[in-house]
Design a protein around this ligand. Structure first.
Ligand code: XMP
Length: 504
């Protein structure tokens, strides 16, 4: 099913919600012509919302022939306005609009199996005042008399409110009514189906070629590698550059997991090289640059040793594809990526991107289906430069060990409290300053450890997590008791903005 993107902030969310209903959906430009859409043969179409008014110059429009395709089409918010504007008999007026929660009286095919009175989320200035000829009004609120319309004959449907946001409690049911009830779509987009399809695609692309994959320890590169391994087995070699800046036991987990799956893995123990490059460096961007460069160098060395390789796996996600404007599904540009490192320019590797059509939550479900351990599948995001950017000041072996131990205690307790998956990230930071303390009868002069825990949807903004005080107490007392170099624990209570999630 195709979502025509009219510039709404929720367009991506609509595509995700459709997939949560197990129907494969893609976001496409609103400029797609009726002919292009017909060729894709979608089971249904959605016209997304958008910030424009149909009356402003330069507002996005769709090819009106789309409404003649006979494909079930749902217009949401601005998409609804376009339908009423473009189809005979319909009328859109500028008005005061309606913002926030609203109560609607709701019926029709979209409201099937739902109570007549529904709470929904509205966010619009213009309103439809006359539905197109042949359509009947199926929802209304006191300030929006035409809150939905339906034309069963032409298979056109429209709603003013946003079914995709959590503030519309039964929104997912409305989308399901459209998908299953109206469009007759089958809920067949499952992790097993994704795996089967991607395995076929990878085989077709790679043939008998040799494939290289850089592992970071994160979920994306791991799932991508396992998918490719399922497709081409020993034609794949993974290279895991261990820069010594990972969390406790992470490197071990990667090596164990991949050896359990029988994947050919080169584990490069490059800890010394990285710590050497970081000696005396305290400026954050300088650290990042050095780590990035060293990563590429180590990765190149290993790739060369492997000899003739033609393909490189990259864990590009659908959200990256959308953000780089490549919704045509063919773009194959190589992004510089903190986690995977670069590739030798003279090797001219072709890319294999088995996650290119998947959102992050789908990658996790595919990982689970492939049998990846729970710990790896649900890992919180972790920056490529690792613990180096969580030590404020020079990175030394001693500070790395201190931070790694403190972080392990926090992780353990957060998991024990059942909060690990609820938090976007939870970690420790070591500012390399010292403060005075007292332990037993003696004065200490030790490091502080900062606890940083945030909730977020996408890392663009974040709120500091209200960790239970009991948990904070356990973590604090364990850290100062178990790690001699630390005599103080503090909690970061800043949101993003104005702070960032990381300290560097
Ligand atoms: P900030 O600190 O900017 O971080 O709020 C936003 C998200 O990005 C992660 N992050 C990085 N990831 N390489 C990465 O791969 C980096 O250099 C890097 N810096 C920050 C951070 O953990 C958070 O999830």
């Amino acid at each position: 099913m195709l979502v025509l993107d009219l510039g709404g902030q929720y367009s991506q969310l609509i595509a995700r919600r459709i997939r949560e209903a197990r129907v494969y959906s893609e976001l496409v430009s609103h400029r797609a012509t009726a002919e292009e859409i017909r060729r894709r043969n979608p089971v249904a179409l959605i016209l997304s919302g958008g910030p424009a008014s149909v009356y402003t110059d330069g507002a996005p429009h769709v090819d009106p022939e789309i409404f003649e395709l006979g494909v079930p089409t749902l217009g949401i918010c601005y998409g609804m306005h376009l339908m009423a504007h473009d189809l005979p008999g319909g009328r859109v007026d500028r008005g005061a609009g309606e913002f926030g929660k609203a109560e609607v009286r709701f019926g029709g095919a979209l409201g099937r199996d739902l109570a007549q009175d529904q709470t929904v989320w509205m966010s619009h200035r213009d309103s439809v005042v006359e539905p197109p000829e042949g359509a009947r009004v199926t929802a209304s609120s006191p300030s929006t008399p035409v809150a939905a319309f339906e034309d069963d004959r032409r298979r056109l449907y429209a709603i003013q409110f946003h079914p995709e946001v959590a503030h519309t409690p039964n929104g997912q049911q409305v989308l399901k009514n459209f998908l299953y009830g109206i469009a007759g779509a089958a809920p067949s987009w499952t992790p097993a189906a994704v795996i089967e399809e991607q395995v076929e695609r990878v085989r077709a692309r790679v043939g008998r070629g040799r494939v290289l994959c850089g592992l970071s320890g994160g979920v994306d590169s791991a799932v991508a590698a396992l998918l490719v391994h399922k497709a081409v087995g020993d034609q794949l070699t993974c290279v895991f550059v261990d820069h010594g800046l990972l969390r406790k036991d992470e490197a071990k987990q990667v090596v164990e997991t991949f050896s359990n799956f029988g994947v050919k893995l080169v584990h490069v123990e490059a800890q010394e090289r990285f710590i050497g490059k970081l000696a005396g460096i305290s400026e954050p961007e300088d650290k990042r640059k050095r780590i990035g460069e060293e990563f590429i160098r180590v990765f190149e060395d290993e790739a060369r040793k492997l000899g003739d390789v033609q393909y490189l796996v990259q864990g590009t996600l659908y959200s990256d594809v959308i953000e780089s404007g490549g919704t045509d599904g063919v773009a194959e540009t190589i992004k510089s990526h903190h986690n995977v490192g670069g590739l030798p320019a003279d090797m001219k590797l072709k890319l294999v991107e088995p996650l290119r059509l998947l959102f992050k939550d789908e990658v996790r479900r595919v990982g689970e289906e492939l049998g990846m351990p729970e710990r790896m599948v649900w890992r919180q995001p972790f920056p490529g430069p690792g613990l180096a950017i969580r030590i404020i000041g020079d990175v030394t072996q001693e500070r790395l060990e201190t931070l790694r131990e403190a972080d392990a205690i926090l992780q353990e307790e957060v998991r024990r409290a059942g909060l690990y998956r609820e938090l976007w990230q939870s970690f420790c930071v070591l500012p390399a300053i010292r403060s005075v303390g007292v332990q037993g009868d003696s004065r200490t002069y030790g490091y502080p450890i900062v606890i940083r825990a945030v909730t977020s949807d996408d890392a663009m903004t974040a709120d500091w997590a209200r960790l239970p005080y009991d948990l904070v107490e356990i973590v604090s007392s364990r850290i100062v008791n178990e790690i001699p170099a630390v005599n103080r624990v503090v909690l970061d209570v800043t949101s993003k903005p104005p702070a960032t999630i990381e300290w560097e």
